[in-house]
Every structure is written in structure tokens, then in C-alpha cells.
Design a protein. Sequence first.
Length: 381
Amino acid sequence: MWMSILKFACGTAAIAVLSLVIGTACGGANAPGTPTALPPGAVVTQAPPTLAHGPEAATPAPVTPSNLERVPLQEVEQAVRRCLANVSPEVISQAAQRIEDCLLGMRLSAQAVGVEGPLPVLFVDLANPECMFDEFIAWWSSGQWQLQYMNPLFATGTDYRVATRTLAGAQMPSPRAASAPEGIRLGIINSFANCGSAPGASFLLLAFDENSWRLLWDAQTTEIASLSHTQVQFLGEGIGNILVMGDSWQLPEPKSKIFHESNPGPHRHFQQTWTLEGDQYVLRDKHVQPSAYNTLVEFIYRLSTGDESGAEALLVDPALLDTAKALGFVQNPLGQEWLIDLEPNTECCGPIRILEGLPQRLVVSFAQQGEDWLISDIKPE
């Protein structure tokens, strides 16, 4: 019972709060008047009363759930086009800010980011209360801005954001442009799973074909999708190499079930290096970051699969191998999701307290040797 309660509590994730919301529908003869304060996620579907001056000023009607709805895509696109019509491509960062300001004036909460390169490009990101996002890409061609709705490009679902900040407030690196023999390429570090329990970063590669953009590569169609709480960054100049970092929560492999891994932890952490070859990124290197928790997971995995020599290599004292077997460290079957503590140093350095799953509570201590962590002691609590 105790273990089940703890697993339920740990496994329940804190859902990211939607911090960037759309204000209301825009444009046309029915554009709203003076903005009024709205709760997060609210969209007013009718114009508020005109505000008078003096003691008899009208009080705006309260916003209720009955008048909340998503702004139609057509109206959002019309608003973006209006704002683009008054924006110069000469200083792309200023153009992005003007787009945000213009849309805010229409009561649309948006983020915009410009890309320096062979072709002036703007990304415009708009949120709505349904926790879906409308993404646009604009580029300067023949003396005017061209506009394309990006969402149909995304390979897996609609919860992508190409924005300067995530819902949790993390700063996203700006997209990068590059010229290739085949044409212009855009590398985009985007946020993903924004409204889920483990938002993170992902990556998109786009190609320009004279009058539109198409998707060449989406990280969510690769093994990157199996990592959680991901981060992505460019390595060096250009878009040739990216570094992906993520953890083992919900990783579909036996080692991730040895202990119960909840959203907050514990986790093993991985790094992957991907290199652009042609129009695809290829995995060049991946490794797990050394930690006390990773060592304990690997030790139990090796011991439980009959690799005693490999397990012994993770011990300061080989005699601890017999101690571990006597205390029940062999999982049969493998993947029993034992429960450990979540103290601040549990994951990185230990000691690690095994709370449930064994006949008695145990404390496993570690010693660092170089970058690696070895088990230095195993004893009852």
C-alpha cells in the first residue's frame, strides 16, 4: 500500500501552466475596442463595452467560461498578414518586435523571432486556450512578405512551438539559416509537449523551395522522442551539428523499470550528438552521464542478467558482490520498480536509500573515481 501511494504521488506530474494566451479574435469591421483585463487563457468573443470617462465609466462584463473559445485560424492569419504589411525586413530583430506589438494591439498574445541569413525570415507563434498553437513562417520575397501556416509540417501532433520562450519561461535558442547546394535550410530548436507533464525541446529542419517551406527532418520521428525533459543546442557555427540531452523517464527499455522513475526523478541522463548529412541528421555519438544512480541501475541490471564480472567492475570492493546477492539485489523478473528516496544528492552522488522492493531498507554508498561512480558500501538502513 505504502509503495503504491508513493508511486502515484511521484508519478503525477505538474502540468505546465499556459503563460502565453490569445486575447481575442482580430481584424475586420468587428475588431474589439479598448482591451480589458482577462484571466489566463480567455478569449472574448464579443467586443467589450466602450470605456467612458469619469465616475459613470462603464464596467466591463466579466469573462465567463461560456464565452471562451479558440480564435478561428482564418482570423489569426488575417491579423498576422495585417501586421506584416507594416514591417520592414531590414532589421529582423526589430521586425519581430513590431509583429509582437502589432498583434498585442489586436489582443493576440504572440511571440515572434527573426532569422538572419540569405533570406529574411520571421517565425510567429500564437497560443490559444485549448493548449494548441498556431505557428507561421514569413519570408521576404519580391518586395513583400509571404506567409505560410506551419502546423501541417509537423510530423507528430500539434504541440510544437517555434517561439523565443517556452511555457515554463525557458529561453529557446534562435533558429539558424544556412545555404546548401540544394537551397536554403533552416534549423529550428522548438519546444515540444508544452502542455504535457514533461515539456522539452526538439528540432526541425526545413527547406525552402522557391514559394514554400517543407519539412526535411523532425527529431520526434527518431529515438530522440523516447527521451524526456529534453534540451537541444547547436554545436559550433551553423546547423551542421546539434547536441541533444534528455533523461530516462519513460524510456522503453528494461533498465528504466528497475526502479520507479517518476517525473521529478530519479533519472539517468543521456547526451546525443547528431550531424547533418544531406537532408537528414545522423546519430554520431551517445552516452549516459556518470552518476551514482546510473551506476546502481547498471549494477542491478548486470547482476540480474548474469553478468557478474561486469557487475563487479562497478564495485570498490569485489566482496560487495556477495553482499548484494545475499541482500536480494538480483531482480527476477527484471523490472520490479523498486522505490528509492528523492533527496537532492540521490541521483548524482548518493547515498541512495532503497525504501521498498527488498526484504529490508538498504543504503548504498558511492565513491567517485575519475568521472565514474563506484559502489563503496551496501548495508541495512
